[in-house]
Design a protein around this ligand. Structure first.
Ligand SMILES: [Mg+2]
Length: 200
């Protein structure tokens, strides 16, 4: 049977955090300058930035995320596009599984546009948009959200979570205290993850 690999979009395939900061910095100008490369330990960006930079910075971040067109403006993450194509080529049943930014009027459509523009219509058909990832069946979920399995309304996930991190990039939380069993530091580690799970 083909193994199903679910791949998160934001901060795994598309550079969501990086674009949020770049856009928010433009909104703020020089009035409140984000410190690049600061060590973040918590995944929730809004609460971390409220502590580190104050309410004005948080409002600029929310304005950036809620802007029409934001969700289709993100640059791809290094190695992600090739990794998705490779998974498909190697016979995996791979899907993009993404949570919509609720309240943004066109986020879901923009995400589909992004996938179609960057990866083509084949991957657009393999994109699942859901605010409950636990209900989506799979063998692996590659996701940067540490508590990806905790939002299932009482259901248990069928997939094993691989925590996707890259501590070399600016704006990424280190999550050093998080007891993730499986971690993947960037897409170059995909072959190791697949081998460890006896998928290769
Ligand atoms: Mg994500």
């Amino acid at each position: 049977m083909r193994m199903t690999v679910l791949v998160d979009l934001d901060d795994v395939v598309a550079d969501w955090r990086g674009q949020v900061i770049r856009d928010a910095q433009k909104i703020l100008g020089d009035s409140n300058v984000f410190i690049h490369g600061r060590d973040y330990e918590v995944w929730d960006m809004i609460s971390e930035y409220r502590k580190g930079f104050g309410e004005e910075a948080v409002q600029a971040i929310l304005q950036a995320i809620n802007a029409p067109g934001f969700h289709e403006s993100l640059p791809p993450i290094e190695g992600a596009m090739d990794a998705l194509q490779q998974l498909d080529h190697d016979g995996f049943d791979a899907y993009i599984l993404t949570w919509p930014w609720l309240g943004h009027r066109s986020c879901a459509g923009e995400k589909l546009n992004w996938v179609r523009d960057k990866l083509g219509s084949y991957w657009e058909k393999r994109t699942i948009i859901s605010a409950n990832k636990v209900l989506v069946r799979g063998d692996l979920l590659i996701d940067d959200r540490p508590d990806a399995a905790k939002h299932g309304n009482g259901h248990d996930p069928s997939w094993q979570h691989i925590l996707f991190t890259n501590e070399d990039w600016p704006f990424r939380p280190h999550l050093s205290d998080h007891p993730a069993t499986h971690r993947m530091h960037g897409w170059a580690e995909l072959p190791r993850i697949l081998q460890e799970h006896k998928f290769l």
